[in-house]
Design a protein around this ligand. Structure first.
Ligand code: DQA
Length: 141
């Protein structure tokens, strides 16, 4: 089984950005965490990060016929991107939405997720663990 993990804008700044919200571990640590969670579940993990909406859409399209599942933290694009929603719907690959922080307990605009309706599950507020939960959810399905 192959899972693509996509992280959106500013997640490459983990460990530097708003440590009180996102923690002190950096993006490299997140990649290693996902690879370990994949290995523990017999899954091949590929991680991709981009600050650009179109690159994320391209990556989702390229996943068609290649990956069995997608874990996505679209970051700020969660709250704005119809293009990412449409890409997930277009490829019909089971997709799980993840957020490090508890988006429901922050600003009002973070409660809105454009991608959620196309996702089979959502995990938020669990930090890195949410990615493991997402990988395990896809394995279960
Ligand atoms: C985030 C939450 C988003 O609202 C924010 O724009 C991010 C990260 C999270 O992982 O908690 O960049 O997706």
């Amino acid at each position: 089984m192959k899972i693509l993990v996509i992280n959106g804008p500013n997640l490459n700044m983990l460990g530097i950005r708003e440590k009180n919200i996102y923690g002190t571990q950096d993006y490299k640590a997140l990649v290693e965490f996902c690879e370990k969670a994949g290995a523990d579940n017999g899954v091949e993990i590929t991680c991709f990060q981009s600050n650009h909406e179109g690159s994320i859409v391209d990556k989702i399209q390229e996943a068609y016929g290649v990956y069995d599942g997608i874990v996505i933290n679209p970051a700020a694009y969660t709250h704005t991107s119809v293009a990412i929603l449409d890409a997930i719907k277009a490829v019909s690959i089971p997709t799980v939405e993840v957020h490090l922080s508890n988006v429901d307990e922050r600003e009002e605009f973070r409660k809105i997720s454009y991608v959620r309706s196309a996702c089979v599950a959502t995990f938020y507020g669990y930090g890195f663990d949410g990615y493991r939960m997402a990988i395990e959810e896809l394995v279960k399905k």
